[in-house]
Every structure is written in C-alpha cells, then in structure tokens.
Design a protein around this ligand. Structure first.
Ligand SMILES: *Cc1c(COP(=O)(O)O)cnc(C)c1O
Length: 416
C-alpha cells in the first residue's frame, strides 16, 4: 500500500468529483493534438529534418520547418524556435529588445510582471544593459483589485511613445487569476482602439495548449515562451520560441543573432528531433498536468484549504496555488512533492535565501530537465499567506502521486 486507507478514500472521492472536468480537458487535448499533427503533415515533416547541423547551419531544413510548424499551430505569420534561448526570461528579453527602441515605452497592463523580468526592465543608468539602461521607458498599470484589467487607467497610461503593450497570461507565482485567451483578445481590441499601431506582446509562459486557441490566434502581435515549460513536452532539453507577425519575429531574430543574419543561421546541436517530438507530445502532457492540478485542487479543497484556481474553474495555465495556514504546512507539502519524484526523490528540499527573493523559498524539482516545470514541481516562498504553487506532471498518475505524497506527509507530521 502506498498511502493510508483514509487518503486513498479521499483520492477516490476527489477523482469522482472531477470526472466532468477531465472530459472537458480531454477535448482540449484532442483538439490541440490534432492541430499539431495536422501542422506536421502540412509541412511534410520527415526523418531527414531531424538531422544534426553544425557551424553556421545555413539551409537547415529541420530548423526552418520547425519554425513553420510552430507558426501554423500558433496561428502566427512566423516563429523562431531555438535551443539558443537559455530560458524563458532570455526569450522574452530578446523579443522586447528586438522591437523596442530608445525613447519608446513598454507598458505592462497586467500589473507587475514575473520576477525575473524586473532586471530585464531595469533602472535608468543601471549600467547592466537593461531596457531602461538603453533609454526605453517602462510603466505598468496595476490590476484593479488585484484581479482585473483597469480599463480607465490603461486608457490614461497609453502615450504617444507607448510602443509595446505587455500582457502576462499566467498568474506566475501571484495570487491573481490568469488571463484566458478570450480575455487577452479583449485587451488587444481595447488597446488598439486607443492606439492602433501599438504592438501587443504576450508572455505566454505556462499557457501553451491549456486552451484550444493561443493568443496569436486572437490578435496578439508577438508572444514568447520557454521550451522547458509547456511546448517542449518534457523532451526539449532547452530553448524558447517567439511567434507572431513576420516583421516583429525578424526583429527578434536580429537581436538573438545579429542584423543581416537573423534566423538564417544557428546550428541545432542535435536538438531538432527532441524539439519536434516534444511539441508533438506537449498537448497531451499539458492535459495530464492540468488534470493533476484539478485533482490536487479538489483534494485539498476537500480538506478545507483555499485553492486557486478552484477545481471547477476554467484553466489557462498550469499553476495550482494552495493556501495553507503555516510554514510547516508549506515545507511538508513541498517535501512531499519531492518524495514523489522519479529523479532525486531521496533529496529533501530545504528553504533557502534565493538571490533576488525577499523571503526564503523552498522548491521541489525532481526533474529530468533541470528546472523543467512541465514536469511535476512545487515552489513556496516562506511567508504569509503561506501559499504553495505546484505545477506540472508529465503523466496524470505522477501528478496524482505527488498530491497524495504531499498529503501523506502532512498527515505523518500531524499537521492535519
Ligand atoms: C517561467 C516564467 C518566465 C521566465 O522563464 P524562466 O525560464 O524562468 O526564465 C516568465 N514569465 C512567466 C509567466 C513564467 O512562468
């Protein structure tokens, strides 16, 4: 037996409750899986596309076809999919530096962006090569009540030099709702009705394949994401993608490599097949992770904890937040997730003072890809209101195993 009988019974109850949601998630998986297969077929993906390339890698048909497949799936004119992007932050930074020029302003309309982007935006004269260091202005409109776009404040904030509007789809590690593709579409139409030529950029991290449509299918000009999250399918070893309008993707490519070179060079280092295969698997893996999140929400809600999103709420990203009542709960929850891993289950995570964070943070990441967060993982800053964030799971069964291990850990430590 893996768990106490009481826990196994609670798992059964939670699973019965969520069956209707699981059926809806299956429909999204089918739609996205078929969309991806159709794009592979339309571009005649073939085994020779998976060949390695070296040096400049001119005319790497695999790389070129990969861009076309991503563009088709995301309903975009163009895409740039590369293992040369070191992280999500690097990818987003490349898109922003590609499009913005000195004197322009970047305006985020979904409140403070994800933590790692603060240094990309930077401070005037910080000497780091941040956007502000290059004379690019920045402003943000906080969410109204911490949950919704503040339409009037957005209207007031858009100025003649506002070049890029930034939208973050996922809640990241904030206790706020994530924005669905439909809600993002509404934001696009609103800001374009105020300033027609503004470029709308979406940080799409954690969002890909959670819905049937992506933001670029609903008016967004440019978006970016990480291959060690959703679209890498747990297989891509590293990388990122940028998708959107052709002229903007070209500018981003010029920033990644150099003007005049753009996306036409770049050896794929043997990663092409992994990136293709990961993209093929991604709709399914994302669906598995979401089922795991829905299950965990139902399970912990049943125990009286507040969850966000609730198990029956619509989803547009992978993140499941669970609010506990003490730091002991947080620590044992995260340690329980780690105990469920196939990799590094014997390691016990501890809270530590991570650079860039004000409070100690504890993280569970028993992953095949370092920091890969389509894989089952959990994070918690040790501070009130004691929120643990969990995400991922390449298989539903693993996610479920994680939630139950976390629960068993809480029971073993007499925390329930
Ligand atoms: C993960 C993430 C990023 C940054 O990606 P890294 O790979 O951690 O650099 C940016 N925005 C959001 C919403 C994310 O979830």
């Amino acid at each position: 037996m893996f768990f106490d009988q009481k826990i196994t019974d609670m798992a059964t109850q939670a699973e019965v409750k969520v069956q209707e949601r699981f059926r809806e998630i299956d429909h999204v998986i089918d739609h996205n899986q078929w969309k991806v297969i159709r794009a592979f077929q339309n571009h005649k993906v073939s085994d020779f596309h998976f060949a390695n390339s070296t040096g400049y890698a001119y005319n790497d048909r695999g790389r070129e076809t990969l861009d076309l497949v991503y563009a088709e799936v995301f309903g975009a004119e163009a895409a740039l999919v590369r293992p040369h992007f070191a992280s999500g932050t690097h990818t987003i930074g490349t898109a922003l530096f590609g499009v913005l020029r000195p004197g322009d302003e970047l305006l985020y309309i979904t409140g403070k962006p994800y933590d790692t982007l603060h240094k990309v935006i930077g401070k005037e004269g910080d000497g780091t090569g941040s956007l502000r260091d290059f004379g690019i202005a920045y402003n943000e409109v906080p969410l109204l009540g911490g949950v919704a776009p503040d339409w009037e404040a957005i209207r007031a904030a858009i100025k003649p030099n506002t070049k890029v509007i930034g939208i973050q789809r996922s809640r990241g590690y904030d206790w706020r709702p994530s924005f669905t593709v439909a809600e993002i579409g509404e934001m696009v139409r609103y800001v374009k009705s105020i300033k027609e030529d503004v470029v709308v950029f979406v940080d799409n991290c954690y969002g890909e394949f959670t819905e049937k449509m992506e933001p670029t299918e609903d008016g967004v000009d440019l978006m970016a994401g990480s291959l060690i999250k959703n679209p890498g399918g747990g297989i891509a070893a590293t990388g990122g993608y940028i998708a959107g309008r052709q002229d903007l993707v070209t500018l981003a490519a010029n920033r990644l490599t150099a003007p005049g070179i753009g996306g036409e060079v770049g050896a794929m280092l043997g990663e092409t097949r992994n990136i293709f295969q990961g993209f093929f698997l991604a709709p399914h893996a994302v669906g598995q992770a979401i089922k795991g999140a829905v299950f965990a929400a139902a399970l912990f809600e049943g125990l009286g904890f507040t969850t966000s999103p609730a198990w029956n709420a619509p989803r547009t990203d992978l993140i499941q937040a669970i609010r506990f009542t003490s730091s002991e709960h947080l620590i044992s929850f995260v340690q329980g997730i780690q105990k469920a891993s196939a990799v590094d289950a014997h390691v016990v995570p501890e809270a530590w003072d991570m650079p860039g964070y004000k409070h100690p943070v504890i993280m569970a990441a028993g992953t095949f890809i370092q920091g890969g967060s389509l894989e089952l993982s959990a994070d918690a800053p040790i501070r009130e209101p004691y929120i643990a964030y969990m995400q991922g799971g390449l298989t539903y069964s693993h996610s479920k195993f994680g939630a139950l291990n976390a629960l068993q850990n809480l029971v073993n430590l007499n925390l329930l």
